[in-house]
Design a binder for this molecule. Structure first.
Ligand code: SF4
Length: 266
Protein backbone atom coordinates (compact mmCIF):
# COMPACT_ATOMS: atom_id res chain seq x y z
CA UNK A 1 0.00 0.00 0.00
CA UNK A 2 1.35 3.48 -0.85
CA UNK A 3 2.52 5.58 2.07
CA UNK A 4 1.31 8.75 0.29
CA UNK A 5 -1.97 9.97 1.71
CA UNK A 6 -5.05 11.34 -0.03
CA UNK A 7 -6.13 12.99 3.22
CA UNK A 8 -6.15 16.76 2.58
CA UNK A 9 -4.39 17.77 5.81
CA UNK A 10 -1.44 15.38 5.70
CA UNK A 11 1.11 14.00 3.20
CA UNK A 12 1.94 10.45 4.24
CA UNK A 13 0.67 7.72 6.52
CA UNK A 14 2.68 5.46 8.79
CA UNK A 15 1.02 2.47 10.41
CA UNK A 16 3.23 0.76 13.02
CA UNK A 17 -0.06 -0.43 14.54
CA UNK A 18 -3.17 -1.66 12.71
CA UNK A 19 -6.60 -2.61 13.99
CA UNK A 20 -8.90 -1.08 16.55
CA UNK A 21 -12.26 -1.30 18.37
CA UNK A 22 -15.21 1.08 18.16
CA UNK A 23 -15.55 3.44 21.12
CA UNK A 24 -18.22 6.01 20.18
CA UNK A 25 -20.71 6.98 17.49
CA UNK A 26 -17.95 8.55 15.40
CA UNK A 27 -16.67 5.01 14.83
CA UNK A 28 -19.94 3.63 13.44
CA UNK A 29 -18.80 3.85 9.82
CA UNK A 30 -15.07 3.46 10.47
CA UNK A 31 -13.34 3.65 7.08
CA UNK A 32 -10.28 1.82 8.43
CA UNK A 33 -12.38 -1.18 9.45
CA UNK A 34 -13.90 -1.39 5.97
CA UNK A 35 -10.51 -1.02 4.33
CA UNK A 36 -8.96 -3.68 6.59
CA UNK A 37 -11.57 -6.21 5.45
CA UNK A 38 -10.62 -5.52 1.82
CA UNK A 39 -6.89 -5.66 2.56
CA UNK A 40 -7.27 -9.00 4.32
CA UNK A 41 -9.08 -10.41 1.28
CA UNK A 42 -6.25 -9.13 -0.92
CA UNK A 43 -3.73 -10.98 1.29
CA UNK A 44 -2.04 -7.90 2.79
CA UNK A 45 0.16 -9.32 5.55
CA UNK A 46 -0.63 -6.60 8.12
CA UNK A 47 -4.34 -7.37 8.02
CA UNK A 48 -4.67 -11.10 8.60
CA UNK A 49 -5.84 -11.08 12.26
CA UNK A 50 -9.55 -10.68 12.95
CA UNK A 51 -10.84 -8.48 15.75
CA UNK A 52 -13.78 -9.04 18.10
CA UNK A 53 -16.85 -9.01 15.81
CA UNK A 54 -18.82 -7.00 18.37
CA UNK A 55 -16.47 -4.02 18.24
CA UNK A 56 -14.00 -4.66 15.44
CA UNK A 57 -13.91 -6.70 12.25
CA UNK A 58 -12.16 -8.88 9.75
CA UNK A 59 -8.44 -8.11 9.48
CA UNK A 60 -8.82 -5.42 12.16
CA UNK A 61 -7.43 -6.98 15.36
CA UNK A 62 -5.06 -4.63 17.17
CA UNK A 63 -1.63 -5.72 15.91
CA UNK A 64 1.75 -4.11 16.39
CA UNK A 65 4.26 -4.14 13.54
CA UNK A 66 7.84 -3.70 14.82
CA UNK A 67 9.10 -4.12 11.25
CA UNK A 68 7.27 -0.91 10.25
CA UNK A 69 9.03 1.19 12.87
CA UNK A 70 11.97 2.07 10.61
CA UNK A 71 9.90 3.36 7.69
CA UNK A 72 10.10 7.13 8.46
CA UNK A 73 13.87 6.92 8.82
CA UNK A 74 14.03 5.90 5.15
CA UNK A 75 12.09 8.99 4.00
CA UNK A 76 14.88 11.44 3.19
CA UNK A 77 12.74 14.52 2.48
CA UNK A 78 10.58 15.98 5.22
CA UNK A 79 6.93 14.95 5.32
CA UNK A 80 3.85 15.56 7.37
CA UNK A 81 2.98 12.08 8.59
CA UNK A 82 -0.38 10.84 9.90
CA UNK A 83 0.53 8.19 12.48
CA UNK A 84 -1.77 5.15 12.52
CA UNK A 85 -4.44 6.05 10.01
CA UNK A 86 -5.50 2.39 10.45
CA UNK A 87 -5.54 2.25 14.25
CA UNK A 88 -5.37 4.28 17.46
CA UNK A 89 -1.88 4.50 18.99
CA UNK A 90 -3.31 4.80 22.51
CA UNK A 91 -5.58 1.74 22.30
CA UNK A 92 -5.32 -0.23 25.56
CA UNK A 93 -3.90 -3.24 23.67
CA UNK A 94 -0.85 -1.34 22.42
CA UNK A 95 1.93 -1.88 24.98
CA UNK A 96 3.39 1.30 26.47
CA UNK A 97 6.85 0.02 25.50
CA UNK A 98 5.78 -0.05 21.85
CA UNK A 99 4.29 3.44 22.08
CA UNK A 100 7.68 4.53 23.39
CA UNK A 101 9.36 2.85 20.40
CA UNK A 102 7.11 4.88 18.08
CA UNK A 103 8.01 8.07 19.94
CA UNK A 104 11.72 7.23 19.74
CA UNK A 105 11.46 7.13 15.94
CA UNK A 106 9.62 10.47 15.94
CA UNK A 107 12.32 12.01 18.16
CA UNK A 108 15.05 10.67 15.88
CA UNK A 109 13.49 12.07 12.69
CA UNK A 110 12.84 15.77 13.42
CA UNK A 111 12.66 16.50 9.67
CA UNK A 112 9.12 15.08 9.71
CA UNK A 113 6.02 16.45 11.45
CA UNK A 114 3.94 13.69 13.01
CA UNK A 115 0.18 13.99 13.51
CA UNK A 116 -1.13 11.48 16.05
CA UNK A 117 -4.93 11.33 16.26
CA UNK A 118 -6.69 9.44 19.01
CA UNK A 119 -10.08 8.78 20.53
CA UNK A 120 -8.32 7.60 23.70
CA UNK A 121 -6.69 10.73 25.13
CA UNK A 122 -7.23 9.56 28.71
CA UNK A 123 -4.55 6.91 28.22
CA UNK A 124 -2.35 9.44 26.43
CA UNK A 125 -2.62 11.78 29.42
CA UNK A 126 -1.92 8.95 31.89
CA UNK A 127 1.31 7.87 30.20
CA UNK A 128 2.34 11.33 28.94
CA UNK A 129 5.04 11.56 31.62
CA UNK A 130 6.71 8.41 30.25
CA UNK A 131 7.00 9.81 26.73
CA UNK A 132 9.18 12.50 25.14
CA UNK A 133 7.17 15.28 23.48
CA UNK A 134 9.40 16.78 20.79
CA UNK A 135 8.16 19.80 18.88
CA UNK A 136 7.52 17.76 15.71
CA UNK A 137 4.82 15.60 17.37
CA UNK A 138 1.26 16.93 17.25
CA UNK A 139 -1.51 15.24 19.18
CA UNK A 140 -5.17 15.46 18.21
CA UNK A 141 -8.46 14.05 19.42
CA UNK A 142 -11.59 13.22 17.43
CA UNK A 143 -14.70 15.09 18.55
CA UNK A 144 -17.90 14.15 16.73
CA UNK A 145 -20.40 15.74 19.15
CA UNK A 146 -20.56 17.13 22.68
CA UNK A 147 -20.96 13.63 24.19
CA UNK A 148 -17.18 13.24 23.80
CA UNK A 149 -16.15 16.82 24.63
CA UNK A 150 -14.31 15.47 27.68
CA UNK A 151 -11.62 14.23 25.25
CA UNK A 152 -10.49 17.84 24.84
CA UNK A 153 -9.89 18.12 28.60
CA UNK A 154 -7.67 15.02 28.50
CA UNK A 155 -5.82 16.43 25.47
CA UNK A 156 -5.07 19.65 27.36
CA UNK A 157 -3.19 17.62 29.97
CA UNK A 158 -0.74 16.28 27.37
CA UNK A 159 2.29 18.50 26.67
CA UNK A 160 2.14 18.08 22.88
CA UNK A 161 3.65 20.99 20.93
CA UNK A 162 0.50 21.27 18.83
CA UNK A 163 -2.87 20.10 20.11
CA UNK A 164 -5.58 19.72 17.51
CA UNK A 165 -9.17 18.58 17.11
CA UNK A 166 -10.57 16.50 14.27
CA UNK A 167 -14.31 17.20 14.24
CA UNK A 168 -15.03 14.54 11.65
CA UNK A 169 -17.45 13.04 11.08
CA UNK A 170 -19.24 16.01 12.59
CA UNK A 171 -22.46 14.48 13.96
CA UNK A 172 -23.84 17.26 16.14
CA UNK A 173 -23.46 20.82 17.31
CA UNK A 174 -20.24 21.63 19.18
CA UNK A 175 -21.74 24.80 20.58
CA UNK A 176 -19.93 25.66 23.81
CA UNK A 177 -16.80 23.58 23.11
CA UNK A 178 -13.83 25.04 25.01
CA UNK A 179 -10.98 25.82 22.58
CA UNK A 180 -8.54 27.07 25.21
CA UNK A 181 -4.99 25.81 24.48
CA UNK A 182 -6.10 24.22 21.20
CA UNK A 183 -3.89 25.07 18.21
CA UNK A 184 -5.85 23.77 15.22
CA UNK A 185 -9.33 22.48 14.33
CA UNK A 186 -10.27 20.28 11.36
CA UNK A 187 -13.95 19.71 10.58
CA UNK A 188 -15.73 17.61 8.00
CA UNK A 189 -18.79 15.57 7.19
CA UNK A 190 -19.05 11.83 6.85
CA UNK A 191 -18.68 10.13 3.47
CA UNK A 192 -19.48 6.72 2.04
CA UNK A 193 -22.48 4.46 1.93
CA UNK A 194 -24.81 5.25 4.86
CA UNK A 195 -23.18 8.63 5.57
CA UNK A 196 -24.84 10.83 8.20
CA UNK A 197 -25.37 14.32 6.77
CA UNK A 198 -23.82 17.32 8.46
CA UNK A 199 -26.01 20.30 9.34
CA UNK A 200 -24.60 23.56 7.94
CA UNK A 201 -25.14 25.19 11.35
CA UNK A 202 -22.74 22.74 13.01
CA UNK A 203 -20.01 23.64 10.48
CA UNK A 204 -20.64 27.38 10.86
CA UNK A 205 -20.67 27.16 14.66
CA UNK A 206 -17.27 25.50 14.91
CA UNK A 207 -15.78 27.82 12.24
CA UNK A 208 -17.09 30.88 14.09
CA UNK A 209 -15.80 29.54 17.41
CA UNK A 210 -12.35 29.17 15.80
CA UNK A 211 -12.51 32.68 14.35
CA UNK A 212 -13.39 34.20 17.67
CA UNK A 213 -10.69 32.21 19.51
CA UNK A 214 -8.09 32.83 16.72
CA UNK A 215 -7.64 29.09 16.18
CA UNK A 216 -6.69 27.99 12.60
CA UNK A 217 -9.61 26.20 10.94
CA UNK A 218 -9.49 23.57 8.19
CA UNK A 219 -12.76 22.55 6.52
CA UNK A 220 -12.10 19.20 4.89
CA UNK A 221 -15.36 18.28 3.17
CA UNK A 222 -19.14 18.22 3.40
CA UNK A 223 -19.14 14.45 2.89
CA UNK A 224 -21.75 12.50 0.97
CA UNK A 225 -21.65 9.33 -1.08
CA UNK A 226 -18.01 10.09 -1.91
CA UNK A 227 -15.62 12.41 -0.03
CA UNK A 228 -15.70 14.96 -2.85
CA UNK A 229 -19.35 14.71 -3.89
CA UNK A 230 -20.52 17.82 -2.06
CA UNK A 231 -17.30 19.81 -2.24
CA UNK A 232 -15.52 21.66 0.54
CA UNK A 233 -16.62 25.30 0.31
CA UNK A 234 -18.20 26.77 3.42
CA UNK A 235 -20.15 29.97 2.74
CA UNK A 236 -18.32 30.39 -0.57
CA UNK A 237 -14.83 29.97 0.82
CA UNK A 238 -12.32 27.17 1.32
CA UNK A 239 -10.80 26.95 4.78
CA UNK A 240 -7.28 25.55 4.65
CA UNK A 241 -5.75 27.16 7.69
CA UNK A 242 -2.93 25.29 9.41
CA UNK A 243 -0.92 25.98 12.55
CA UNK A 244 2.12 28.18 11.95
CA UNK A 245 5.33 26.12 11.64
CA UNK A 246 6.51 27.92 14.77
CA UNK A 247 3.48 26.53 16.62
CA UNK A 248 5.59 23.49 17.46
CA UNK A 249 6.77 24.92 20.76
CA UNK A 250 7.87 22.93 23.77
CA UNK A 251 5.20 22.36 26.38
CA UNK A 252 5.66 21.07 29.87
CA UNK A 253 3.57 18.38 31.47
CA UNK A 254 0.84 20.17 33.41
CA UNK A 255 0.01 18.98 36.91
CA UNK A 256 -2.93 16.58 37.07
CA UNK A 257 -6.25 18.37 37.45
CA UNK A 258 -9.50 16.76 38.52
CA UNK A 259 -11.42 15.75 35.39
CA UNK A 260 -15.11 15.98 34.59
CA UNK A 261 -17.38 12.98 34.78
CA UNK A 262 -17.06 11.97 31.11
CA UNK A 263 -16.77 8.25 30.48
CA UNK A 264 -13.33 6.90 29.63
CA UNK A 265 -13.12 5.06 26.33
CA UNK A 266 -10.67 2.40 27.44
S1 SF4 B 1 -11.08 4.85 17.06
FE1 SF4 B 1 -10.74 5.33 14.87
S2 SF4 B 1 -9.77 3.50 14.01
FE2 SF4 B 1 -10.70 2.92 15.97
S3 SF4 B 1 -12.72 2.10 15.41
FE3 SF4 B 1 -12.95 4.29 15.94
S4 SF4 B 1 -12.80 5.37 13.96
FE4 SF4 B 1 -11.98 3.29 13.66
Amino acid sequence: MSDRSRIEWTEATWNPVTGCDRVSSGCDNCYAMTLARRLKAMGAPKYQQDGDPRTSGSGFAVTIHPDSLEQPRRWRSSRTVFVNSMSDLFHAKVPTSFIRDVFDVMVDTPRHVYQVLTKRPLRASRIAGQLPWPSNVWLGVSIENMDVAHRVDHLRRVPAAVRFLSCEPLLGSLDGLDLADIDWVIAGGESGHGYRPMDIRWARDIRDACLSASVPFFFKQWGGRTPKSLGRDLDGQTWDQMPEPSAGHERRLSPAKPMGSGAAHL
